[in-house]
Design a protein around this ligand. Structure first.
Ligand code: PAF
Length: 284
């Protein structure tokens, strides 16, 4: 069956109703894969995971203006709709929902969802309001679709925890399913931003994963600050000139951890290679 392309909410509701009650079976379950398009291997892995959980898979493509800061160029975000639809269909998506801004945020739209503690640290420090935008659109997509499962990648680990938290606190009956960070053959976490790296910059970026792995191997024999310094020093050695943050925090709460209890630690980094901002994280 070919993928169904839907552009408004009424269409979404009737498509989901048809799929849920249609030839599949009456107890058909639905998994959602929210994306901003520019579909790559990591999105495809989300769809593959979605198919393991549910018999209907819905992907969404919406470049969400609420999650872009003033200095972040919304208009330059890659838009490759035809290619995206093809890739989603090839991976077995049943429905793709592509609302426009007016559909998602009508003129009288007046709501912000904020998960303040988790959103104010790490990427939230520099990217003011970014996670409010993410939380608002994800809550809407989960409620609009009534999905039983929603799949997110661990590359955006802070985003994942924020979404888990909002689903819990708003009692949204949707199970959040995380998948491991998808990496290219050289270990770089796959992101739509990687396409902006030239070959020299890509070589530099390939070191990120190597350095994080090295840091994780020695974590339990060192003080926390030593691990942080190790990562920063090695980033500089391989030519990463601008570091946004290198932090070690609790894997569930994102709270700081101390040397007397180093369990459930995760290392989070954000760096710039030229103007390209890359993030990554690793369980320690
Ligand atoms: O991770 C993303 O691509 C976006 O933040 C998401 C979850 C699709 C919300 O716009």
């Amino acid at each position: 069956m070919s993928i169904e392309i839907i552009r408004d909410l009424r269409g979404l509701h009737s498509s989901i109703a048809r799929h849920r009650n249609g030839p599949l079976n009456t107890a058909a379950s639905l998994a959602i894969v929210p994306t901003m398009g520019a579909i790559h291997e990591a999105h495809e892995a989300l769809v593959i995971e979605a198919k393991k959980h549910a018999n209907i898979v819905l992907a969404t493509i919406f470049v969400n203006p609420l999650q872009f800061g003033e200095n972040e160029d919304l208009s330059k975000y890659p838009r490759t709709e035809a290619e995206d639809i093809k890739r989603l269909e090839e991976k077995g998506c049943d429905i793709v929902y592509i609302p426009d801004n007016k559909n998602m945020y009508p003129d009288n739209f007046d709501l912000t969802i904020n998960v303040p503690k988790l959103s104010s640290i790490l990427c939230g420090k520099k990217r003011k309001n970014h996670f409010q935008g993410v939380a608002t659109v994800v809550a809407k997509l989960l409620l609009q679709s009534g999905a039983d499962y929603a799949i997110f990648g661990e590359k955006d680990f802070q985003q994942l925890l924020i979404i888990k938290s909002l689903v819990r606190d708003l009692d949204i009956p949707c199970q959040i399913v995380p998948i491991d960070t998808i990496r290219d053959s050289e270990g770089l976490a796959i992101s739509s931003r990687n396409q902006y790296l030239d070959s020299e910059q890509k070589k530099i970026a390939n070191n990120i994963n190597i350095i994080l792995n090295d840091a994780s191997k020695n974590f339990h024999t060192k003080e926390i600050q030593e691990t942080i310094n190790f990562v920063k020093d090695n980033f500089k050695k391989v030519g990463i000139k601008k570091i946004d943050y290198v932090e070690i925090r609790n894997n569930f709460t994102l709270e700081n951890i101390n040397n007397s209890n180093k369990s459930n630690a995760r290392l989070f980094i954000a760096v710039y290679i030229n103007d390209v901002r890359l993030i990554d994280n690793i369980k320690l």
